[in-house]
Ligand binder design. Structure first.
Ligand SMILES: *[C@@H]1O[C@H](CO)[C@@H](O)[C@H](O)[C@H]1NC(C)=O
Ligand SMILES: *[C@@H]1O[C@H](CO)[C@@H](O)[C@H](O)[C@H]1NC(C)=O
Ligand SMILES: *[C@@H]1O[C@H](CO)[C@@H](O)[C@H](O)[C@H]1NC(C)=O
Ligand SMILES: *[C@@H]1O[C@H](CO)[C@@H](O)[C@H](O)[C@H]1NC(C)=O
Length: 824
């Protein structure tokens, strides 16, 4: 109750007799009420300051007024009341509807003295506050006094020979609304169950479990409040053991992980020996937000340096990351939008030490203490720590919004924050909240159904390479973090905001212009292999407003000549450097599968890697981590992507584009879906290996490419194009041991420009053979289809023409594509 209260007006144990439909000692048939004596106690804080401008409240509210009001309203003529909870609600209705009382808050205790069998009294206490037209109760305590259990209990053998009577007081506290039916307690059922509790060694604990079980079964709501059960047990006749025979315990679900873990599906860390897994949320809304988050993540993995520890065994490893989101600020609206994401870590730091590390990182990254929930450079929170429930606060009610210095895990606001739930859902959708016993995906679905969700879109940052001349190294213990060149946004999965925007084409497919600096590339070979032509092409791509330029020096065309890495570097390096100097703000990707080429290209100014083998190199099908070639290539590519913090395009292929086109060999989904399923599973395995585990690439940097024209038949290519949305759908894959699609939620690049399957279609139908350059119109169809399927970006050669196609297709399907993607 608020601090401006100077006085309290009380009514103590006012006896009322009311008709109740439930809770009688000997129950009546359903629908018949029994008159029940109940004791009402009321405490009303007397707020002088709010009454200063009107009448003096002390003249308006007094004991006898309240008593007569309650007696008038509740007596044997009152229509039957369902339960003690409904009675409590009605009393609040009466109190708060009386304008002359001008009540702001009240605490009410209702005790049913002729209680159910086996106990002396039951009842509840509730705090309610009024906001003028309505009231809400946000604290409810149910209690049961002097419940008798006859049981065998005791530590000494002599005690255990006979039954003894044990008296137990139970209270159930919830910081939640009385109006929620699932918060009601069926005393009769509960006390009967407890009376029958028998011969249990740790009686109080057992009673707590049974009580929690009772609440748990009775409360199906996903945002079910967390009850705290206090059990006080005494053996009234065991005088000898008086000192040791009284016990008081306070318990909640998390104290009994075994009993309340029926649906728990926590995936243990695999192959790693550190003890704890934690989920952290990261947010930034000040300065270079992407830089701040990347720096924070790198500092996280350098705990010794940040905390000044000499203990070399202390480890923190980031083992998974979410997508990245741009979120409108939630509580204070006149400030820049937030970038939010989350990560999973493995650590041997205890929770409070981890909290200390996070606070140090916030300081290091440049947190400016300011208004609460206001701007800050970076914000780090522990959301989950194993299954632990931790609360260091003295007063759990008061300080929810100001956790400074305190640790509450799971984060108390988790269930109401889309910007935390959505990133968690990217990584651990099936993990159960240790207190709410609902999976992250269920909690998120609950939020999605609310109307006032905040707008969130996914983002992909592009770093600036090379770093500017005045670049300052952030910290001696971490690799230099690049500053941000630009970032792309695209609609986030099923954000209801985007659903609501209707005709607003918030999904806008982008265009990647393609520059092959190879003498033999199938489509424009030999046209751009000199610097001036390359620069001219880049200039024209920029003029056409392409979002990114893809530069490749090694044709993946079937039968193209082998070149060494040095040769490849000599083709793309100078070209990228020249384009970078002409177009400092243009994102440039390097089309390569070779780590050394990727590294050289980034040094020259590329800021994205586009790899047709998804980091596994050209001899990796089927992908297994035992394959030396593939493994070496993978580790090196991951390292480079991590070090330079660049987006990566990971394509599905089965090595040689001409071979391995049979998807029937795998028990993939039925006809018409086998190739889509094959892409999900095969590329999904690679993407998982790239994103998850130690040293993984941040999920927000990954763009997937289904590999149209690679290792697919004509029909396979068409299937993939027609149903591209399904490739990244939130679906289950595989037969038997079905699991969540690893590609769920990733943005897609679709590149089909001028490819030979288009030539095949034309030839089959017209008999006319086409040159790649003559497949522009055919390509336009595919580009339109890719937009309709919601592709993030299409890779094209004829930038100006295809840009027109994309503009019109965006207008047609920009929002339709969004709706389609939600349907999954
Ligand atoms: C209390 O309320 C009663 C009934 O309204 C009234 O008669 C009485 O004067 C009040 N007493 C005081 C001390 O205000
Ligand atoms: C239970 O509560 C009642 C009433 O407050 C009290 O008299 C009794 O001693 C309590 N019993 C135990 C076991 O704490
Ligand atoms: C045991 O009870 C007596 C009297 O109630 C009290 O003085 C004494 O401190 C108690 N001893 C313990 C160990 O609690
Ligand atoms: C579409 O979204 C943009 C950016 O959020 C906004 O400025 C514009 O007004 C919206 N247009 C419509 C038609 O809602």
């Amino acid at each position: 109750m608020s601090s401006s209260v100077h006085d309290t007006i009380r009514v103590n144990d006012l006896l009322l007799t009311v008709p109740l439909l439930t809770g009688a000692v000997w129950p009546k048939p359903p629908g018949q009420a029994a008159l029940q004596p109940v004791l009402i106690s009321l405490a009303i804080p007397h707020d002088i300051s709010s009454a200063a401008s009107s009448d003096d409240l002390s003249q308006t509210i007094n004991y006898s007024l309240l008593c007569s009001l309650l007696r008038e309203s509740f007596n044997d003529k009152t229509p039957p009341l369902e339960t003690l909870e409904t009675l409590t609600s009605r009393i609040f209705d009466v109190l708060f509807s009386r304008a002359d009382l001008i009540l702001r808050e009240a605490r009410l205790k209702v005790t049913q003295s002729r209680a159910p069998l086996n106990c002396r009294a039951v009842g509840l206490e509730a705090d309610a506050t009024s906001s003028g037209s309505s009231w809400t109760a946000d604290y409810v305590k149910h209690f049961c006094v002097d419940l008798e259990c006859s049981t065998i209990i005791g530590v000494n053998a002599c005690e255990r020979e006979e039954r003894q009577t044990v008296r137990v007081n139970i209270s159930i506290e919830r910081w939640d609304s009385l109006a929620q039916r699932h918060n009601w307690v069926n005393y009769r059922a509960l006390t009967r169950t407890l009376h029958e509790v028998n011969a249990h060694f740790s009686l109080a604990s057992y009673i707590a479990v049974v009580t929690l079980e009772h609440l748990w079964v009775a409360s199906p709501d996903p945002l079910q409040p967390i009850p705290f059960v206090t059990v006080k047990a005494a053996k009234p006749y065991a005088i000898v053991f008086a000192n040791s025979s009284e016990i008081e315990i306070r318990r909640t679900y998390s104290d009994y992980p075994e009993a309340f873990a029926r649906e728990r599906r926590v995936e243990p860390a695999q192959g790693l020996d550190t003890a704890h897994t934690a989920a952290l949320a990261l947010g930034s809304n000040l300065g270079d937000r992407f830089y701040n988050i990347e720096l924070a993540l790198r500092l996280l993995e350098a705990p010794q340096a940040v905390l000044g520890l000499t203990d070399e065994t202390v480890t923190v490893a980031v083992i998974d990351t979410s997508f990245m989101y741009e979120t409108a600020p939630m509580y204070v609206t006149d400030q820049p939008s937030f970038i939010n994401c989350a990560c999973m870590i493995e650590t041997n730091l205890a929770p409070l030490k981890l909290l200390q590390l996070l606070k140090m990182i916030e300081t290091t990254v440049g947190r400016v203490p300011s208004i609460r929930n206001g701007p800050r450079a970076v914000d780090l929170d522990i959301i989950l720590y194993d299954n632990a429930v931790i609360d260091t606060r003295q007063n759990p009610r008061k300080e929810l919004d100001d956790l400074e210095g305190e640790l509450v895990v799971p984060h108390p606001r988790l269930a109401e924050r889309e910007f935390v739930l959505r990133p968690l859902n990217d990584m651990i959708p099936d993990i159960l909240h240790p207190l709410l016993h609902q999976s992250i995906s269920t909690l998120l679905a609950g939020l999605d159904s609310t109307s006032d969700a905040i707008p969130m879109s996914k983002v992909i940052p592009f770093p600036r390479w090379p770093s500017p001349a005045d670049y300052v190294f952030p910290h001696p213990s971490v690799d230099p973090v690049p500053v941000t060149l630009t970032y792309w946004t695209y609609p986030s999965g099923s954000s209801p905001t985007y659903r609501k925007t209707g005709t607003n084409s918030s999904r806008q497919t982008r265009v990647m212009a393609t520059l092959n600096v190879t003498p033999d590339s199938f489509s424009d070979g030999a046209t751009h292999n000199t610097l001036p032509t390359a620069l001219k092409y880049a200039q024209s791509a920029v003029a056409a407003e392409a979002s990114i330029l893809d530069v490749g020096g090694y044709s993946t065309r079937p039968g193209s000549a082998f070149i060494t890495a040095e040769e490849e570097i000599s083709r793309v390096g100078p070209c990228i450097a020249a384009i970078r100097s002409d177009h400092p703000h243009l994102p440039i990707s390097v089309d390569t599968f070779r780590p050394q080429v990727a590294r050289a290209a980034i040094s020259a100014g590329a800021n994205c890697i586009n790899d047709v083998y998804a980091f596994t190199g050209p001899r990796s099908y089927p992908f297994t981590t035992e394959l030396e070639d593939a493994r070496g290539c993978m580790l090196e590519m991951k390292k480079i992507a991590r070090e330079f913090a660049v987006p990566v395009v990971l394509m599905h292929s089965r090595d040689d584009a001409r071979a391995n086109k049979d998807y029937g060999a795998y028990k993939y989904a039925g006809p018409g879906q086998a190739v889509v399923e094959g892409v999900r599973i095969e590329l999904g395995a690679k993407v998982d290996f790239i994103v998850r585990g130690r040293g993984g690439v941040r999920r927000w940097f990954v763009i997937v490419d289904p590999g149209v024209g690679f290792s697919k038949t004509l029909d396979g290519n068409l299937e993939v194009l027609r149903d591209a949305t399904a490739i990244t759908g939130d679906v289950y894959v595989g037969v038997g041991n079905r699991r969540r699609n690893s590609l769920t939620g990733y943005p897609q690049l679709i590149g089909a420009s001028r490819k030979s399957f288009l030539g095949t279609i034309l030839e089959q139908n017209t008999g006319r053979k086409t040159d790649p350059k003559e497949r522009g119109w055919a390509t336009a169809t595919i580009v339109a289809c890719a937009v309709q399927q919601g592709a993030l970006v299409v890779r094209v050669h004829d930038t100006h023409e295809m840009m027109d196609v994309v503009q019109v297709a965006n207008a047609l399907w920009g929002s339709a594509a969004i709706k389609a993607s939600y349907a999954i």
